[in-house]
Design a protein around this ligand. Structure first.
Ligand code: NDP
Length: 250
């Protein structure tokens, strides 16, 4: 997802190089076609805005009608918006967390047993930025989707009411969205274990993209390799958070 620029197209390129038939999705159809056009016949473009339920349903229905399955789903699309207010908080969570969750739910029937789901997260999601009480709620081994969505909604409401700092939240919607993605990784890993579906979060490191900026330390090739490592696991590794194939703390 979000594969028209940045880490997305390079992730598609590396997966195609390994022999995968890749579906590159983008919210702008022309951008997606242009990106896929540079990557050869193994990569096709489809339209997908992860915040659009109709787009998600149409993608799932199209793949179903074609009898296609998705061995590997890479949830990569995200925003890191300037400024910090309730709109920024709401939009960031809508794309980075709820978008990834709704897309994964929408495509789950197309993912075969033994498949793989990767959430492109960030070290910025680390729980060390939170008060002990909020950290404990994210880290709860019995965290459910309902509790996670409630936590995200609580953050937005606290930002709206001007009490987020007082209630132990960082002043960064991006950080909260990635902590929520990491929570979702743990929940889905638990839920999907009986089907042998691996679910892991990955941090690509600080990468030179529009989001990472030109001063970032890593190339897209190196960042995407971190994602592709988790996308092409051939063992039962699930429910973890990795950078460059090494476990990192939540
Ligand atoms: P970019 O900003 O370069 O690219 C983001 C991509 O997400 C674009 O293709 C953008 O599409 C797409 N996107 C945004 N909103 C939506 C939406 N609603 N639906 C579908 N696609 C959408 O970011 P990166 O390539 O750097 O980031 C990729 C991933 O890596 C993200 O999850 C990011 O959080 C993560 N990451 C990046 C780091 C870095 O240093 N770069 C560090 C840590 C994590 P459009 O062109 O239409 O806007």
């Amino acid at each position: 997802t979000g594969a028209n620029r940045g880490l997305g197209p390079e992730t598609c390129r590396q997966l195609a190089e390994r022999g995968y038939a890749v579906i590159l999705t983008s919210r702008d159809e022309a951008d997606g076609r242009a990106a896929a056009g540079k990557l050869g016949d193994a990569v096709e473009a489809r339209r997908l805005d992860v915040t659009n339920g109709e787009n998600i349903a149409a993608l799932a229905a199209g793949l179903g009608a074609e009898g296609r399955t998705i061995d590997v789903l890479v949830n990569n699309a995200a925003v890191s918006l300037d400024g910090f207010n309730v709109e920024v908080a709401r939009w960031t969570l809508a794309v980075n967390f709820l978008g990834a969750m709704n897309l994964t739910d929408g495509l789950i029937d197309r993912i075969p047993d033994g498949g793989t789901i990767v959430f492109v997260s960030s070290g910025m999601g680390e729980l060390s930025a939170y008060s002990p009480s909020i950290r404990a709620r994210f880290a709860d081994a019995d965290l459910t989707r309902d509790k996670l969505v409630a936590l995200a909604n609580e953050f937005v409401a606290d930002v709206d009411a001007g009490r987020h700092s007082q209630n132990g939240w960082p002043s960064s919607a991006y950080r909260v969205s990635k902590a929520a993605v990491n929570g979702l990784t743990r929940i889905l890993a638990r839920e999907l274990k009986p089907r042998g579906i691996r679910v892991n979060s990955v941090c690509p490191g600080w990468v030179r993209t529009r989001m990472g900026g030109s001063s970032a330390s890593r190339s897209v090739e190196t960042g995407a390799a971190s994602i592709v490592w988790a996308a092409t696991l051939d063992d039962a590794t699930t429910g973890g958070f990795y950078r460059d194939g090494r476990a990192i703390g939540w």
